[in-house]
Design a protein around this ligand. Structure first.
Ligand code: XIL
Length: 346
């Protein structure tokens, strides 16, 4: 039994794919993606720095391949992401003399980017992460160049532009740590304010970058319930469960060669101990049981990466670790206990 079949009456099961996978360079990977998943997200290729690297220069080729791969297997294809503070080149915010753009100029630039990208894949990309990660942990709006130059309404403008470019596409607000009530309150404000203005938002995406402890089931359940109350679907858009100790992102530069790194931060270089795999299986199982309980309000659960080898969590927040956050091992075989726990939840 495959993931997509097991959950087919409940929600899409998606996977974020990298450029190699979008190009179908590796047969094993391509087969696994087709067999197991009915939705795909682009890990990096639709981010501004990749698809629009320089003024007037669009690099559509990888994104075209990504969309083609999804179309071939009739997948629900996701666009990630239109407006974000990260992986966005500096030139976006300045003119040819390197002066910061005015509000009107930046709005124009945002609009033409959204027009170009959304229109190209109109009717093919079915849902867009219009805005990614606009919130601080306390629920206030993050000080990004988008917000500082345009103002708080950059969010609704982006949704308006995306809606105008493809009125049929589902539009999403996407962020991490929405399982924390404070931050979630900010997302609910965004939802309410869009709805008040009649701007369609279909779902909020809780990224779901979890680990073995953080994000209790109670908090995840409260997250689902709060978004139901706010009148939106809640998708889990970047699910992965780190088995490694939490490392301080600020300390990363120093730690890579230290003893601390080898002994404490990267303990499973020789394989995942059965005991840890069991904990991972239980954690995945109980999270999927919760998703199933609320299946009417969840349209999609997407894993952020195909196999452990592909996961960004090998390199974040510390580079070069050996993490095991996904249901597929480095050699594309299934992690038996984990997969069983997930399938049993269906
Ligand atoms: C990550 C990719 O997986 C990495 O390959 C890249 O180097 C950095 O971005 N939140 C998001 C994703 O919305 O776009 C991020 O993806 C992970 C965190």
């Amino acid at each position: 039994e495959t993931f997509k079949d097991a959950f087919k009456d409940k929600f899409y099961i998606g996977v974020a794919i990298n450029r190699r996978q979008a190009m179908q360079k590796n047969e094993k990977e391509a087969t696994l993606i087709k067999q197991q998943f009915n939705s795909i997200s682009p890990e990096n290729d639709l981010k501004w720095e990749n698809i629009h690297p320089a003024p007037g220069i669009y690099n559509f080729n990888p994104a075209d391949k990504y969309v083609k791969t999804g179309m071939e297997s009739d997948m629900f294809i996701i666009g990630h992401t239109l407006v974000w503070h990260s992986q966005t080149p500096d030139w976006v915010f300045t003119d040819e003399h390197e002066n910061l753009l005015t509000r009107e100029q930046l709005l124009e630039r945002m609009k033409s980017h959204i027009d170009a990208v959304v229109t190209r894949y109109k009717g093919k990309i079915k849902g867009w992460d219009v805005i990614n990660e606009a919130l601080n942990e306390d629920g206030s709006l993050r000080d990004s160049k988008w917000r500082n130059i345009i103002g708080d309404d950059y969010i609704e403008k982006a949704f308006e532009f995306a809606h105008a470019a493809d009125p049929e596409a589902e539009l999403y607000y996407n962020d991490y740590n929405l399982y924390k009530a404070e931050k979630r309150s900010g997302a609910i404000k965004i939802v309410n304010s869009l709805k008040d203005k009649g701007i369609p938002i279909k779902a909020v995406g809780e990224q779901g970058h979890y680990n073995l402890d953080r994000a209790s089931l109670k908090d995840i359940e409260a997250t689902i319930q709060d978004f139901i109350k706010a009148g939106v679907i809640v998708n889990f858009t970047e699910l992965d469960i780190s088995v490694l100790p939490e490392a301080n992102a600020d300390a990363t530069a120093d730690v890579a060669n230290s003893e601390t790194y080898k002994e404490e931060l990267n303990p499973y270089t020789d394989g995942l101990p059965a005991e840890v795999e069991n904990r991972l299986a239980q954690r995945y199982g109980s999270i999927f049981q919760l998703f199933v309980k609320y299946e009417k309000h969840i349209d999609r659960v997407t894993f952020w990466g195909l196999s452990d080898a592909d996961s960004w969590l090998n390199n974040w927040p510390v580079r070069g670790r050996t993490n095991y956050p996904l249901p597929f091992n480095r050699d594309y075989t299934v992690k038996k206990e984990v997969t069983k726990a997930i399938l049993d939840a269906a």
